[in-house]
Design a protein around this ligand. Structure first.
Ligand SMILES: [Zn+2]
Length: 233
């Protein structure tokens, strides 16, 4: 067994990126669709209406997540590309200045001047752009933005989350739609919160309570509004 493999905790950050995104997407799907269902059901709609509203909510939410994620990650990717291009230009036009710049970064981090120059020179000899991208711009392989992947992942995880309360509409007795959907959705949220916390090495109880509290608040507010409008109209 190599030394690196025994240090499992250093790899936590690798998976926390996609896992956090997946859990967040599913949370969004559960909260927004369950709220929609509970709101419409509280307004005394029948199961069919509730189902249609829920499915529309799932589709709309998945699209909006995908579009939002695509735009956000694309603009991040554009910024990174522009930064890299500028860095490339600077490396070509002013290699000595760039060597000093990189060495200065290591000095700031606590390396002594002579050694910092040596490290900078050796790193730049192998991959000058990579060294500058990583240590000057903070762009590494791991953080490189992938808009399409991000968009598809968001839409998929949102849909999986949204399907859970929708399923409750199908299996719940018609007169218990609101309590069954609410309770089941909160249980799903708590479960996801625990999974996310466990995988991320965060505090289990705090993460679970937090997500369940906000979910309950969202459900209560939409149920209240649904009830209000159901009585008025
Ligand atoms: Zn540079």
């Amino acid at each position: 067994m190599s030394r690196l493999r025994s240090h499992k905790e250093t790899h936590l950050v690798d998976r926390i990126g996609w896992l956090r995104a997946a859990v967040l997407g599913a949370n969004d799907g559960i909260i927004s669709t369950a709220s929609l269902i509970v709101g419409v059901a509280a307004a005394a709609a029948n199961r069919n209406d509730v189902m249609i509203a829920g499915i529309a909510g799932l589709v709309a939410g998945a699209m909006s997540m995908a579009a939002g994620e695509y735009v956000s990650v694309s603009s991040q990717s554009d910024t990174e590309k522009a930064d890299i291009a500028r860095e490339q230009g600077e490396l070509r036009s002013n290699p000595d200045g760039e060597l000093e710049e990189l060495a200065e970064i290591y000095v700031q981090r606590g390396v002594e001047v002579g050694l910092a120059r040596q490290v900078a020179a050796q790193l730049m000899k192998k991959d000058a752009l990579g060294a500058h991208a990583r240590d000057e711009l903070g762009i590494s392989e791991m953080t490189t933005a992938r808009p399409v992947q991000a968009a598809l992942t968001s839409a998929a995880t949102f849909s999986v989350g949204a399907a859970m309360p929708l399923l409750m509409v199908v299996v719940s007795p018609a007169n218990l739609l609101v309590p069954v959907t609410s309770a089941a959705s909160l249980a799903f949220l708590a479960f996801l919160g625990a999974v996310g916390a466990k995988a991320g090495g965060a505090n289990l109880l705090r993460a679970t309570v937090r997500v369940t509290f906000w979910g309950a608040l969202a459900l209560a507010i939409t149920a209240g509004i649904g009830k209000l409008f159901g009585t008025i109209i």
